[in-house]
Write a protein that binds this ligand. Sequence first.
Ligand code: CP
Length: 303
Amino acid sequence: MSETMTMKHLLSVEALTIDEIHALIRRAKEFKHGENVTLKRQVFASNLFFENSTRTHRSFEMAQKKLGMGVIQFEPSTSSVNKGETLYDTVLTMAAIGVEVMVIRHPQDEYYADLLHLPVSIINGGDGRGQHPTQCLLDLMTIHEEFGTFEGLKVAILGDIRYSRVARSNAMVLKRLGATVLFAGPEFWYDEAFDAFGTRVDVDEVIKEADVVMLLRVQHERHAGDESFSKESYHAQYGLTNKRWKTMKPGAILMHPAPVNRDVELADALVEAKNSRIVRQMENGVFIRMAVLEAILKGRGVL
Ligand code: CP
């Protein structure tokens, strides 16, 4: 068993050192190979998702149950949120009834800012246009499993960059880890703030040279009022079409955080192509979340 780390909260990947990122990936690989832990006492978690989720929500629940934690269900649509309860009051209540660890996804950037003094550990499951740290960590684990390193890899991030917390988390950390980050996609969905982490390039060129082609979901829910979008036109101009896929380098992989808009970001059949790691990303999500939860449980003295 490798050395494990301790954590109070996980809010962004920026707060993690390179050594801590590698420690979490190592530990996630150990969980994947069957290692587990025994808790010293009963611990309850709750997953508060104020935006829709399949993967993050349910893989956290799976990780919590695999670690022996109790999981208290919470659905905003049937809770007192409908009577005007604030996020602060929901978290205060859950803490009062004995929940110690909360995974929260919320549309507000940095929703966690005024929650951190409460006696709970918070794991950010996605904040507005901010970060999605466990998605980033599972993406890193998947890349590391494939290549054994980040140094010198060319990682292309394609698509709806402006609105993507996955792009923001991944671009920052991949640069720190020694990868070259390249961006491609529509000008209107690019944000110059990303110039700090990589270079914008032509979509056809980047697909030929990247080791990792990371596609982003078109976030229709964040494009309210934009009636001009055409799925066919986006796929032809910026998507991973079958024709573009055939130009990928030997050994290169394709990734997507999912859910996938089939025949928009990538051609339908490519979701399960031989060099697609999309299903592996979902699988790894459980193990990286076990590693994060373990670090938090250790920080709370439960391990
Ligand atoms: N990738 C991801 O965050 O998926 P969900 O929205 O289904 O959690």
